[in-house]
Design a binder for this molecule. Structure first.
Ligand code: ATP
Ligand code: MG
Length: 558
């Protein structure tokens, strides 16, 4: 397998090509503008790959700007996690990190400018009254009784709002546009609201805060952003952003282009819902490995390269569509197949005694580190008289097509020997406790013996005396429903089996050297990585993804 071929240029890159060719711009400036009110998710990754990707390809620059206009929901914890996630994805904003809150003074001045132009007024209506008077698509809105206040009165009231003379919600500043406008966003939108709350950067300097809509476009203009790329739901905000650019003395005029957001099946992506999963303890945190957050995906062992490849594969369009999560998982497998070192681990162990192998003998066998890269060489794996194999690699009374270990049958123990099962030992309750085998010294290294005898299966194993005990966490989809958002309460679709913990796994000793951040292959089982909870005393591994898509198969069976 190889990296997917680059798709033909998307419509945004075509627009940029034209703008550069026509001389409209001589370089490109993009930005990624998260609100620090939650952790980044895979949808944000699409936007990050687009904005930072364009900056790289065109030799331009991409700003990281925090749109922090909502003090009650935002926090430095989120600012820090967002920075970490972008860097992990492989992108760099250099010196270009900004905060909308840096522009609060400028935005205040611009609000005053609009008042002086007769384009903004202070409204005393309650939020409810404003909602009622807004009208709808069929009905024009009703003008506020405060709409025709004089400039002096508006300036005075706005100043008093700023000085903290009013309570939250008592007054707002609104743009004076058109209460009958067919686009509801143009019906005198709110520009400033009163919020007596501490801001994570400006503290209690302000008690009025600009609305996102009054902030976003102007921030882009202040930063000389050339192409302001956002998701489709902002399409009908664009006339408002342009109205601000037309009516304010902005230093530049960014062009907004919308593209469709990423959505994945079996997943929810709304920050509100992700926050609910965290706060109500349905998951262990924002970085729970089942979460579609960048930090969850990282903890799960997905490589950043796989996320970038996935974003490239799905491309950028204006069509609303839902992508199959299997596509993301395949992209993870494609990268890990190339990069992951191979090891042996037994998740659900059953003991094998090699009765004809000397009690205190230990041999070391060479096992290939990565068959995709033979030049990486081999590792040493110890073999001894007592081994563990996977419980389901043995059947006492097997059906016809079961080729793994069973009484009287012989199989290859990977890179070691052929072993034949002679006896099964059980406890009082009839549970199998040991499998007794003999090995054939002529098959050393797992080679076929001189008599030409062949076996139909190769299984993995771990030497009991050398094994590292570990906990292994197996993850499945967090939701059972393909569209958990779209069918009643999303919480009812949680998959009760999304996490199973195996506390008795046995690892080949080399796995003790795998570091946090590395994902490896457990042969025949899938890709795994050390979890953040891991320690030398108690190693913990996460299953990143299976070797092939077993979900589709399991669903068919159901
Ligand atoms: P909120 O629900 O708080 O509005 P949001 O998902 O819009 O959340 P922001 O922090 O405002 O979050 O998003 C930052 C940037 O990421 C925006 O430019 C937004 O358009 C983009 N973005 C958010 N979600 C997706 C998605 N699913 N696909 C692509 N881009 C996205
Ligand atoms: Mg948003």
């Amino acid at each position: 397998m190889s990296v997917p071929p680059p798709p033909s240029k998307d419509f945004i890159r075509e627009i940029i090509d034209e703008d550069l060719a026509s001389g409209k711009h001589d370089s490109t400036v993009t930005r990624f503008p998260p609100e620090p009110n939650g952790y980044l998710h895979i949808g944000h990754a699409k936007s990050i790959c687009l904005n930072f990707g364009i900056a790289e390809e065109y030799g331009g620059r991409c700003h990281l700007r925090f749109d922090d206009t909502n003090p009650t929901k935002e926090d430095v914890e989120y600012v820090d996690s967002i920075k970490e996630d972008i860097q992990w994805l492989g992108f760099d904003w250099g010196d270009h990190i900004y905060f909308a809150s840096d522009y609060f003074s400028k935005l205040y001045d611009w609000a005053v400018h609009l008042i002086k132009e007769g384009l903004a007024y202070v409204d005393d209506q309650s939020a409810e009254e404003m909602r009622e008077n807004r009208g709808d698509l069929q009905t024009p809105g009703v003008e506020s009784p405060f709409r025709n206040r004089t400039e002096e009165e508006n300036l005075d009231l706005f100043e008093k709002m700023k000085r903290g003379e009013f309570k939250d919600g008592e007054k707002v500043l609104r743009a004076k546009i058109d209460m009958a406008h067919p686009n509801l966003n143009m019906r005198d939108p709110v520009l400033y609201r009163i919020v007596h709350a501490e801001h994570h950067r400006t503290g209690d300097e302000w008690c009025i805060y600009p609305m996102y809509d009054f902030t976003h476009g102007q921030s882009d203009a202040l930063e000389y952003v050339t192409h302001s790329l956002c998701t489709l739901e902002f399409e009908n905000h664009r006339p408002l952003y342009e109205w601000f650019l037309d009516n304010l003395p902005v230093p530049s005029r960014p062009r907004q282009i919308e593209f469709s957001r990423l959505s994945l099946n079996y997943t929810v992506m709304s920050k509100r819902k992700l926050l609910q999963l965290v706060q109500e303890n349905y998951v262990s945190g924002w970085d729970d490995p089942r979460m579609p957050t960048v930090s969850g995906i990282r903890r799960r062992g997905y490589p950043a390269e796989a996320i970038r490849n996935f974003c490239k594969t799905i491309g950028i369009t204006k069509y609303k569509s839902t992508n199959d999560i299997a596509l993301l998982e395949n992209s993870v497998r494609e990268v890990l197949n190339r990069t992951a070192s191979r090891f042996m681990a037994v998740l659900d162990p059953i003991k094998v005694i090699v009765t004809n192998y000397p009690e205190d003998q230990v041999e070391e066998f060479d096992a290939v580190i990565n068959p995709e890269y033979p030049e990486l060489g081999t590792r040493k794996v110890p073999f001894s008289r007592e081994l563990y194999i996977e419980r389901d690699d043995f059947m006492e009374d097997p059906p016809k097509k079961f080729f793994r270990l069973s009484p009287g049958k012989e199989v290859r123990f990977r890179c070691a020997y052929f072993l034949k099962c002679n006896e099964v030992v059980k406890d009082d309750e009839g549970n199998i406790t040991e499998i007794h085998c003999t090995y054939d010294p002529e098959t050393r290294g797992g080679e076929n013996p001189p008599d030409g005898r062949k076996v139909k299966a190769t299984i993995h194993w771990v030497s009991a005396a050398h094994a590292i005990d570990a906990e292994v966490r197996l993850y499945d989809r967090l939701f059972q429903h393909e569209a958990p958002d779209k069918d009643g309460d999303f919480l009812q679709h949680l998959n009760p089996e999304s996490l199973s913990v195996l506390s008795n796994a046995k690892l080949e000793p080399n796995l003790g050297k795998v570091e946090l951040g590395e994902t490896v292959q457990f042969e025949r089982l899938g890709y795994f990585c050390p979890d953040l909870d891991t320690s030398v005393e108690k190693p913990v591994f996460n299953r990143t993804v299976g070797l092939r898509d077993s979900w589709a198969k399991a669903q068919k069976k159901k």
